[in-house]
Design a protein around this ligand. Structure first.
Ligand code: DX5
Ligand code: ZN
Length: 226
């Protein structure tokens, strides 16, 4: 997985048909997705439940790009090896999920994955200042995590600050929540390179009408490039 700062679109399968994940993953990849974003929720760190390591392992068989796993769970550390075994390429933990995020990021890398750290909207950029040499990705939440389809919260000031702090380090800035053709250019201009999008990619399409996914992905990419 060579590092680059080109814009990458990472559809969140939180907005896919939950009874048809394999076909949904193949459809978004065929239609131009760069990464596949997998939202793991525990009903404790966030007020919603999704899926755990066995499901993620089943998704892996269909992912040919990059499987980007976003943990909205606390604690994280007891599950790191299970997600490595499930085949996550990138494993992202929230800085708010526990007192020892430094240890968590080290453990993620030690398990052979890229390490991501996510910040809720209320958490300042400075919370990751001392973690940037341990992280491969910083995920800036532009909604309060837990659900797809929420309204974008403007975090462009935070993104700009992070971009400065990161400097030449090979660290991605990912935006998660409410990304669509209107909001994508704001965050890309501020320095983001990975755009997670759930509803804006899946809306109007299905595995029987996958070209809609392609149109939606191209619309976000075009807006981000403008
Ligand atoms: C929010 C999740 C997101 C979500 C984004 O808790 O982390 O990945 O699926 O969905 P949209 O793009 O619909 O805001
Ligand atoms: Zn996410």
């Amino acid at each position: 997985m060579p590092f680059d700062r080109s814009v990458k679109i990472a559809p969140s399968i939180l907005s896919a048909d939950f009874a048809n994940f394999g076909a949904e993953i193949r459809a978004i990849e065929d239609q131009g997705a760069d990464w596949v974003h997998v939202d793991v929720m525990d009903g404790h760190f966030v007020p919603n439940l999704t899926f755990g390591p066995p499901a993620v392992k089943a998704f892996r068989r269909h992912v040919t790009t990059v499987m980007d796993v976003h943990l909205m769970i606390a604690p994280v550390d007891p599950y790191i090896d299970a997600f490595a075994e499930a085949g996550a390429d990138i494993l992202t933990a929230h800085v708010e999920a526990g007192p020892h995020i430094h240890r968590t990021l080290q453990a993620i890398r030690a398990a052979g994955m890229k390490a991501g750290v996510a910040l809720n909207p209320g958490t300042p950029a400075e919370a990751v200042e001392h973690l940037l040499d341990l992280a491969d990705l910083v995920c800036v939440m532009t909604v309060n995590p837990g659900f797809g389809g929420q309204k974008f919260i403007d975090m462009t000031g935070k993104v700009r600050r992070l971009r400065e702090m990161i400097g030449d380090r090979p660290v991605h800035i990912e935006i998660d929540g409410g990304v669509d053709p209107q909001t994508a250019p704001l965050v890309v201009r501020a320095g983001a390179d990975v755009l997670v999008a759930g509803s804006a990619v899946f809306k109007g399409g299905s595995v029987d009408a996958p070209e809609v996914y392609g149109d939606n992905i191209r619309a976000i990419r075009a807006a981000a490039a403008a």
